[in-house]
Design a protein around this ligand. Structure first.
Ligand code: THU
Length: 192
């Protein structure tokens, strides 16, 4: 038997296709309730199973939650030319964007490290592009910081790492713009 057991699998949640005209937006409060956060955390753990990381042996999984309820998973994909590596967060967000998503409300990130794994600087900037802004908000007059930010959920999975269950799953939450990338540069700064 291999030393590393596969992560706990969870049944997929209903997937709402993204893109203009497809998928109803979820009620803004429901989209980030505790169940949804836990679901996203589980998806980030599952995403890690496909990590291609022969050089670092550091598997990472990410899952982004689009405003319309769609969930997109991503893992790190390394390259023999090391600099060509793509982090899990960028894999997930590029998958979402390429399916038409323009507004991501939350991202969950998980690795096998003992401590929480936070997104690198490059990924913070890429995630920042898809935070809510006037053109993507349900209510363009919603000036609240939260509507225009993205929840970053760091997931530590003690139980999964030890090949047990997901009982040791811990989450730590940050706001992307407010906490992790203050005074950032974004689409609005170009006048878009
Ligand atoms: N990595 C991610 O995928 N996300 C992070 O937040 C941190 C780092 C990946 C990149 C590389 O494949 C490996 O972890 C070691 O840096």
């Amino acid at each position: 038997m291999s030393a590393r057991r596969p992560p706990t699998r969870v049944p997929p949640v209903a997937f709402v296709p993204s893109g203009p005209g497809l998928g109803e937006n979820l009620p803004s409060r429901a989209i980030l309730d505790e169940t949804m956060k836990m679901t996203l955390a589980q998806f980030s753990i599952n995403a890690k199973a496909n990590a291609y990381c022969p050089y670092s042996s550091f598997p990472v999984g990410a899952a982004v939650l689009a405003r319309n309820g769609g969930i997109f998973m991503g893992c790190n994909v390394e390259n023999a030319s090391y600099g060509a590596t793509c982090c899990a967060e960028r894999t997930a967000i590029f998958k979402a964007a390429s399916e038409g998503v323009r507004h991501v409300v939350a991202v969950a990130i998980n690795s096998d490290a003992t401590d929480f794994t936070a997104p690198c600087g490059l990924c913070r900037q890429v995630l920042r592009e898809f935070t809510g802004r006037k053109s993507t908000l349900d209510d363009p007059d919603d000036e609240s910081e939260e509507a225009q930010d993205m929840l970053v959920i760091l997931v530590r999975s003690e139980g999964v790492r030890r090949g047990k269950d997901d009982s040791g799953l811990e989450m730590r939450e940050f706001w992307l713009k407010k906490d992790l990338l203050p005074y950032s540069f974004g689409p609005e700064d170009l006048g878009n």
